[in-house]
Design a protein around this ligand. Structure first.
Ligand code: UN1
Length: 512
């Protein structure tokens, strides 16, 4: 049978039938329970992982603390050189890693490769940044004084990532952390532990080739108890958490309680406003890719379309037609648009959400369905569906990680913006319009309340160069580009007196 070359890719990535899930960059180990990773694409067991337990975690922290002492003193551009080499290795392994992402997580091969490309791009970005970690200088109010600020590394950065971006989200956090002089400890989703092991193998090779100590890049594949440890651990200066709003709420509170820093990337409920002035050919591509890409399992997935009443019927017809053409099947087969959901629990949530939507009055114009038959044997394949709804339905206010698209009508743009903002989440948003006034209003202070607001592109597929993240229940964190690196460092203001007296600020006299 055609395995799409997956056996070979696993081998090239150093994945065997039994793997250890814990590593500080040297020899791998793991004394916790065995985790079995099944592919949602064909339901087959890919490989086993000996996960990490609390003692393993303590080992990793010990090594990380030690490594930090050394790593923080390495010049940032030299750390950038490590990241440059890492990016190059990723270029070599792009096909293999992209394939593994597709096979273990279930997203299309194109999207798997795209995810690895995000890793490569953030490495390039971080290399440049490693020579640009600059602060301001400012004028002192006192004579012969100098004031400036500098940024210092934080220490250990904990990265807790979700299944939907098994490799990219880690790399956004680590590439920046490393050039900033931090060491990292990664707890990936145990649903995609093999992707994590493959990434760790690649960075471990780079660190070894450069004679770097263990502890710069730690990984522990484990269940949520280890995530909990990271959250509670005073040794972890910054926790970067990607996941549900429900868990993120606890993470944020717990980390704040110990005065740690956190970056939270939680749920989205992203909408595209399709105006009467939209180019509907573009709108259709943006909407359909946004809704069905990654089978609706991106935090940036398009969940809602807010359509002007004058183009509503036309859009509806075109959506039904486009959904009719979607090919659902093995994501490694490049003819398919849509792969499976991550597991059968996700399928149950998809079904429950459809039920709930119907109960609340939703009218499905494209019906959902759990697919069965030979090529869908994993039980994880579902049909993307579309329902006409009211924005106020409880289910519409909620993020379901599945390809269920809600559509609704509007009359004035103010009304559309109000609908777009009237959800608890605030990650990504978009407007399709060729009208300058509409576009500018949407981007203005009175417009979208999201962390990301786009014009004439969809809600998903953000570039790494921008700050990525959202407001409200999305958590307020930012990752990736722009000046996000500042989250990964501590800021220090320095005042230096090079005069022969000690004048006090604010003109205070204090003579002895
Ligand atoms: C996520 O879904 O957790 O903007 C991240 C996008 C991707 C990242 C999504 N670049 O869709």
């Amino acid at each position: 049978t055609n395995d799409f070359g997956i056996e070979k890719s696993l081998k090239n990535l150093g994945i065997t039938s039994e793997n250890y899930g814990v590593s500080a960059g040297g020899t791998s180990f793991g004394n916790g329970a065995v985790i079995e990773s099944f592919s949602p694409t064909d339901g087959k067991l890919i490989a086993k992982i000996k996960s990490g337990n609390e003692a393993d975690y303590a080992q990793i922290i010990k090594k990380s603390k030690k490594a930090f002492q050394e790593f923080r003193m390495m010049p940032a551009p030299k750390r950038g050189e490590l990241v440059r080499q890492f990016g190059n290795k990723l270029r070599e392994k792009k096909d293999d890693l992209g394939k593994l992402v597709s096979y273990e997580m279930g997203k299309s091969l194109q999207e798997g490769l795209g995810e690895v490309q995000e890793m490569i791009d953030i490495c390039d970005f971080a290399v440049g940044l490693s020579r640009q970690l600059h602060g301001f200088t400012m004028h002192s109010e006192r004579p012969s004084h100098r004031m400036y600020e500098q940024y210092h590394p934080l220490g250990i950065v904990g990265v807790i990532s979700a299944f939907n971006f098994p490799v990219a989200v880690w790399s956004w956090n680590t590439a920046l952390s490393w050039i900033c002089g931090n060491v990292t400890v990664w707890k990936p989703s145990e649903k995609v532990g093999l992707c994590a092991i493959a990434c760790q193998n690649i960075i471990a090779e780079v660190l070894k080739e450069n004679d770097m100590p263990e502890g710069i890049s730690g990984m522990i594949v484990a269940d949520h108890t280890i995530g909990q440890k990271i959250v509670d651990d005073k040794n972890i200066a910054l926790v970067s958490f990607t996941g549900s709003t429900k868990v993120g709420r606890m993470v944020g509170a717990k980390v704040a309680e110990r005065f740690g820093k956190s970056i939270l990337e939680l749920g989205g409920n992203n909408a595209i406003i399709i105006s009467e002035h939209a180019d509907l050919d573009m709108a259709i591509i943006g909407a359909v890719f946004g809704a069905v890409g990654t089978a609706g399992q991106r935090c940036t997935s398009t969940r809602r379309l807010i359509i002007h009443e004058s183009v509503y019927d036309e859009m509806k017809n075109r959506l039904v037609q486009a959904y009719g053409q979607l090919k659902i099947g093995n994501p490694l087969d490049e003819n398919n648009h849509v792969g499976p959901l991550i597991d059968t629990d996700a399928v149950k949530q998809y079904e429950a959400s459809i039920e709930k939507c119907k109960k609340e009055g939703g009218r499905f114009i494209v019906e959902g369905e759990v697919l069965s038959g030979n090529q869908y044997a994993s039980g994880c394949y579902v049909k993307p569906c579309i329902a006409e709804v009211e924005n106020s339905y409880e289910i519409v206010q909620h993020e379901t990680f599945a390809p269920i698209l809600y559509i609704m009508k509007y009359n004035t743009l103010d009304e559309a913006i109000a609908i777009q903002n009237d959800v608890p989440q605030g990650l990504s948003s978009a407007i399709m319009t060729q009208n300058l006034r509409e576009a500018e209003l949407f981007l203005s202070h009175a417009g979208s309340d999201c962390g990301i607001a786009n014009v004439n592109i969809g809600t998903s597929g953000a570039e790494i160069g921008g700050a990525f993240g959202g407001e409200k229940e999305t958590g307020g964190g930012r990752e990736s580009g722009s000046d996000v690196w500042k989250y990964y460092m501590r800021r220090q203001t320095n005042t230096i007196n090079y005069s022969t007296t000690l004048p006090l600020a604010q003109g205070i006299k204090f003579d002895l």
